[in-house]
Design a protein around this ligand. Sequence first.
Ligand code: SF4
Length: 193
Amino acid sequence: MARPVQYNVKNEGGKVITMADAPEGFQGEGFFTTKLSDVVGLARKNSLWPLPFATSCCGIEFMATMASHYDLARFGAERVGFSPRQCDLLMVMGTIAKKMAPVVKQVYLQMAEPRWVIAVGACASSGGIFDTYSVLQGIDQVVPVDVYVPGCPPRPEAIIDGFMKIQELVGKEDLRRRNGDRYKALLESYGIQ
Ligand code: SF4
């Protein structure tokens, strides 16, 4: 006999799990209108595919962020990918040696637009405690960064907070931004065409 289908629409407290808020728009009987950029933003921000570039201890915090207790999947980001061409969120976690810097940049270049970057932790943001000849003093020396997460290491809550900041940016991003002069100038300042 076929088993009855059950839908997981309640969390542990018995509250009904709600859907993402609809964008602002105009609604009448049988129709709803809104801006295209808001709909695209809503879809993008709830389906980010992170590429974890983890080199040291901050990467362990990311593992905790992905695991069941913190569960980044709740934000639609459970599809962690290791092919840059399929990911749109580069998360750099850990100390980046200067030898590694060209690799970070290459991974960034292989990602298709639109793409976003989070520097997770003090090392990725500024070199952290490693103020030394061999360590890159922040990944923003080689790629543009959208959000910095402080901490050594940041707790999973801080990583989630950084992720939610990215979601905010992604949700509000103008569809024309990537073709704009300011964005082109930003990329040119990194030697990216
Ligand atoms: S910020 Fe601290 S915890 Fe993170 S990689 Fe650097 S030394 Fe390790």
